[in-house]
Design a protein around this ligand. Structure first.
Ligand SMILES: Cc1ncc(C[n+]2csc(CCOP(=O)(O)OP(=O)(O)O)c2C)c(N)n1
Ligand SMILES: [Mg+2]
Length: 349
């Protein structure tokens, strides 16, 4: 359904999820500054694209559903798919109730098997190669599901991105893979201008016969239409597609680098202006959503403070696996000569 045809109810839902995503990220940043979590990275500024994206996914487990290879700015996408904001707070605080990593990975590194959200990498771009694998499986098996991979502009300098263009478009193996590049014109503190010989990242797809589009990721309506067109194309044609979206990076790269750029467009403000003009919501109703989400996130934060840190002996769980289903701790212990029963690793919380 084109964005113009979205019901008032749907537009309000999009707005609510965008605000929840933003307030969640603001809480995560505060937690990091307060020493409650080692590192922050996330998606404030990308909500106008991230929420429609999550809504348009055909979610489920297995290759008949969409596979998502996301990067670390997809918090609002996960919420729009039905994820819980409290789980990001759990991962930030590294508590054992964190469903993505049991308190063992840093924030916005989601892993949701029942929705084909494969674990997020900290190194940039390997997701493009991994995505080729699920797209290949979906092609070979004649599936309905598609593969979607996201990454930033600077990451497209990595060979993994170039490999994805080559391998998804080979005539002998054309793959149902949507590549989304969110362009905030920065890689940490390195500006776009000194790094790209091409005018747009999307132009690089053309050399491989890949359908490409550039859209304004700060505008909900434009992002919705661009995503819907792209996903429908990949679903129907079973071919790759490269979508480049311009986005803001409102609170800087991460807690490690700062570099906030306050003068960039704020997609929530822009959306609210439109909602008010189109008489979908009043200014007061918008404010009420902010108040409601602030209460929700604050309550979740308080709840997480009561939750336990992981048991130190779980540190090597899910790192190695054995065919017999042993989670790998014994293998590690054998190799390293460590006896966890008598000498558990110490927690640092
Ligand atoms: C392989 C690898 N090289 C370098 C880094 C350090 N690093 C983390 S994020 C980042 C910049 C990514 O910029 P971009 O792809 O534009 O995404 P953005 O963070 O702007 O969304 C870099 C260089 C890394 N994580 N992995
Ligand atoms: Mg960038």
């Amino acid at each position: 359904m084109a964005a113009k045809q979205l019901t008032k109810e749907k537009l309000r839902e999009i707005h609510s999820l965008m605000v929840e995503g933003r307030i969640l990220e603001e809480r995560l940043i505060k937690m990091n500054k307060a020493g409650e979590g080692y590192f922050w990275i996330g998606g404030p500024g990308e909500e106008a694209f991230a929420v429609p994206f999550g809504m348009l996914v055909h979610k489920g487990q297995g290759i008949q559903s969409d596979f998502l290879h996301l990067h670390y700015r997809a918090s609002a996408t996960v919420l729009a798919m039905g994820g819980n904001s409290i789980d990001a707070i759990r991962q930030m605080r590294s508590v054992s109730t964190d469903p993505y990593s049991g308190g063992r990975n840093f924030v916005n590194h989601y892993a949701i098997k029942r929705w084909n959200i494969v674990p997020v990498f900290s190194c940039i771009e390997p997701q493009y190669l991994q995505a080729l694998g699920t797209a290949h499986a979906q092609r070979e098996k004649g599936c309905k599901g598609i593969t979607v991979v996201t990454g930033g502009d600077a990451g497209t300098a990595e060979g993994d991105f170039a490999s994805a263009l080559v391998w998804s478009s080979r005539p002998a193996g054309i793959s149902p893979m949507l590549m989304i590049v969110t362009n905030n014109r920065f890689g940490i503190s390195t500006p776009w201008d000194g790094q790209h010989g091409e005018k747009n990242v999307a132009d690089r797809g053309k050399a491989f016969g890949i359908q490409t589009v550039i859209a304004n990721g700060n505008d909900v309506f434009e992002a919705w239409d661009a995503l819907e067109t792209a996903m429908e194309y990949v679903r129907k044609e079973r071919k790759p597609y490269l979508l480049e979206l311009s986005v803001s990076r409102l609170y800087g790269h991460s807690s490690a680098s700062g570099a906030p750029r306050w003068n960039e467009p704020d997609c929530i403000e822009l959306f609210e202006e439109k909602l008010i003009k189109q008489k979908v919501m009043t200014k007061e109703e918008c404010q009420a959503v902010h108040d409601k989400m602030l209460t929700k996130i604050t309550e979740a934060y308080k709840q997480v403070q009561l939750e336990p840190f992981p048991d130190p002996t779980s540190i090597y769980d899910h790192v190695w696996s054995k065919e017999d289903g042993n989670n790998g701790r014994d293998t590690f212990a054998e190799q390293m000569g460590v006896d966890f029963t008598h000498n558990p690793p110490q927690a640092h919380h």
